[in-house]
Design a protein around this ligand. Sequence first.
Ligand code: SF4
Length: 265
Amino acid sequence: MPAAASPAPSDLALKRRARKTYRELVEAYPYAVPELDFSNPFELLVATVLSAQTTDVRVNAITPALFARFPDAQAMASADPGALEEIIRPTGFYRAKAKNLLALAQRLVDSHGGQVPPRLADLVKLPGVGRKTANVVLGNAFGVPGITVDTHFGRLAQRFGWTQETDPVKVEHAVGDLFEKRDWTMLSHVVVFHGRRVCHARKPACGACPVAHLCPSFGVGEPEPVAARKLLKYELAPGRQELLELMRAGRTRRELRAMGYGLDA
Ligand code: SF4
């Protein structure tokens, strides 16, 4: 690729503002991690496939049983479809998802020795795996920087004025140009965290938003601080200060659940 030309002043201003927004989001959510539970690339790949059209909370509720029964690609490839469907049923579209998982596991066994390949080009060829899923796996299981454009990321990229693109691949490239590559994975986490907790699709809590001073869309949601605070979710929701402190102190999601904290909204 040819070297990029020097950015025009307005591009430079945009880049500076975007990077400042990123730094302040990291300060707001230093504990941001993928919200899907996993302990190896296979688990993350399967959990991400299951997360289509449902919440991470629902996926996390069934993956312990799923991975206890089918811990790797070999075991899942030879699963009884009915047994697999039964376990993943709460995630919705379970027949289609079970079919995808069986095909996915079989392909991993046939073409990759039962392992998840660590390359985008190989991942996107797997059944049921698109670019978003591939970037989630690369960024979080293999440490390869990647921008994950889901519904939250796409919405916030527009509200922050980072891009007017709506196609996820175009958003990924446009936003990628604004940031250092090494920051792409954490950027994905903090933006999605912010979208889930503060900058909601319908009622953004602008008056309680830590990056409101950097956001050209301030006011599309509730601007009044007291009313806005009531719109916050998860650990930022009213009355969850204790959970927030524990997350800031580095407690993992599994530890928090074991302590009895529900992590849903
Ligand atoms: S100011 Fe409002 S629109 Fe902008 S990021 Fe914050 S909540 Fe979202």
